[in-house]
Design a protein around this ligand. Structure first.
Ligand SMILES: O=C(O)C1=C[C@@H](OP(=O)(O)O)[C@@H](O)[C@H](O)C1
Ligand SMILES: C=C(OP(=O)(O)O)C(=O)O
Length: 444
């Protein structure tokens, strides 16, 4: 799959109520990791329910460049034949991660812990994102940065450590990408690699390390966690089942809450507590969301969610909740615009270094829609009046979540909303438009 260079604008308008059942695509975080563990486990790993979005497919290609055989058997079903830990090949060409922070940063961890040299690059958005947060711990482990763009930006050529030093690392910000990069490099270290995080971030890497046979202990440490990984395990190929992505489910969920009369069921959504901050917040706002049929899928808790249109009220969202809903603030801001009263979202500094400066992009989108709001330090404050005017054009800055959030807003605002580009939606939720249209959304 490739994403066209021509921007593809789209308009969303108010229409009929949304109804029906819908299963979101596979979780993006777990899909990236499925390819990476398939590379690092020697033998044949199979994956069911993989997200076939551009970000993840690029991770698959990078795994091929490092020596894996990657094969699509059927939609969402993939097989990876990995060379295994310690047996990666040096890639012949630069690795192009497109728009993907997760793919590039986790793979830096893999390369950083192996004696191979690779160049990491991506699109204009990825080239702006800070990589020193990953390179700093990798340098402590013995990796060398041979070249980089100014300020630790891509393109970056990284020479991995043949015999990486196990380290104890305290992550400077709550970030599963930093934690995962250190652990993935630590896999090839002789000894114990420890990561301490002041606030717990998503734990998919830890869970998958255990699933593939590594020895990992996770213990509470203050308000956060300490993870100890014993290096040089025998990673064994294991089947991976990818549950539905709560970050993609967020769009139909909020659309249903704000379009009067709507009533849908979202199937198989992962309810891992480290990913569920948006659900907690929406329920606090008065959302009618019933959690049905809780069960386990691929080692993760999942459930069907019955969502009905609801009168929402503004709330105060604590900064401590941010890691569990870090990608959901743009769509929460849309819900807040339809709520009555003030919603204050605290501690959003990390939003400034995502695919776009999401704090600025959301504020500009709210302004375009005539919604009263303010950015106060790292907080976003939205003054909802229950019925945003809409009618604006939103600049998406190569950011899929900005595009999907403001299209959802247009389904209920008084005037339609237009986003300047939808191409990036293919990075995380390629079927967003047809899936939303099947539920009754009006685009075009
Ligand atoms: O580890 C992951 O899969 C992710 C971690 C988060 O980034 P940070 O680690 O920068 O918080 C998140 O924003 C991203 O979409 C996916
Ligand atoms: C931040 C995101 O992804 P990444 O960091 O992988 O680009 C996202 O999907 O919202």
């Amino acid at each position: 799959m490739s994403i066209g260079l021509d921007p593809a604008p789209l308009r969303a308008s108010r229409g009929s109520a949304l109804s029906g059942r819908f299963r979101p695509p596979g979780d993006k975080s777990i899909s990236h990791r499925a390819f990476l563990f398939g590379l690092l486990a020697r033998g044949e790993t199979t994956v069911e329910g993989l997200l076939e979005g551009d970000d993840v497919l690029r991770t698959g290609r990078a795994c091929e460049a490092l020596g894996a055989q990657v094969e699509r058997l059927a939609p969402g079903r993939w097989r990876i034949r990995g060379p295994g830990l310690g047996a990666l090949l040096p890639p012949r060409e630069p690795l192009d991660f497109g728009n993907a922070g997760t793919g590039s940063r986790l793979m830096m961890g893999v390369v950083g812990g192996h004696g191979v040299t690779a160049t990491f690059d991506g699109d204009a958005s990825l080239r702006k994102r800070p990589m020193n947060r990953i390179l700093d711990p990798l340098k402590l482990m013995g990796a060398e940065v041979l070249s980089e763009a100014r300020g630790g930006r891509c393109p970056i050529t990284l020479k991995g450590a043949r015999d990486p030093a196990p380290i104890l690392y305290r992550t400077p910000v709550a970030s599963a990408q930093i934690k995962s990069a250190v652990l993935l490099a630590g896999l090839n270290a002789r000894g114990i690699t420890t990561v301490i995080e002041a606030e717990a971030s998503r734990d998919h890497t830890e869970k998958m390390l255990v699933h593939f046979g590594a020895e990992v202990t996770v213990a509470p440490e203050g308000t956060g966690r300490r993870i100890d990984l014993v290096g040089r395990p025998e990673l064994r190929p294991r089947p991976v089942v990818v549950p539905a992505d709560p970050s993609s489910a967020a769009f139909p969920i909020v659309a249903t809450l704000i379009v009067p009369g709507s009533d849908i069921v979202v199937e198989g959504v992962m309810t891992n507590p480290l990913r569920s901050g948006l659900l907690t917040t929406l329920v606090e706002m008065g959302a009618d969301i019933a959690i049905l049929d809780r069960r386990l899928e691929g080692g993760e808790e999942v459930a069907d969610l019955r969502v009905r249109a609801s009168a929402l009220t503004g709330v105060d969202v604590p900064a401590l909740r941010a890691p569990s809903m870090i990608d959901e603030y743009p769509i929460l801001a849309v819900a807040a615009a339809f709520a009555r009263g003030t919603t204050r979202m605290r501690g959003l500094h990390e939003l400034r270094v995502k695919e776009s400066d999401r704090l600025a992009a959301v504020a500009a989108g709210l302004a375009a829609a005539g919604v009263r709001h303010a950015v106060e330090g790292d907080d976003l404050v939205v003054e909802g009046d229950g019925a945003p005017a809409g009618g604006g054009l939103v600049a998406t800055h190569l950011d899929h979540r900005i595009a999907m959030s403001f299209l959802v807003m247009g389904l209920a605002s008084r005037q339609p909303m237009t986003v300047d580009d939808t191409a990036m939606i293919a990075t995380s939720f390629p079927a967003f438009r047809p899936a939303m249209e099947r539920l009754g959304a009006t685009f075009g």
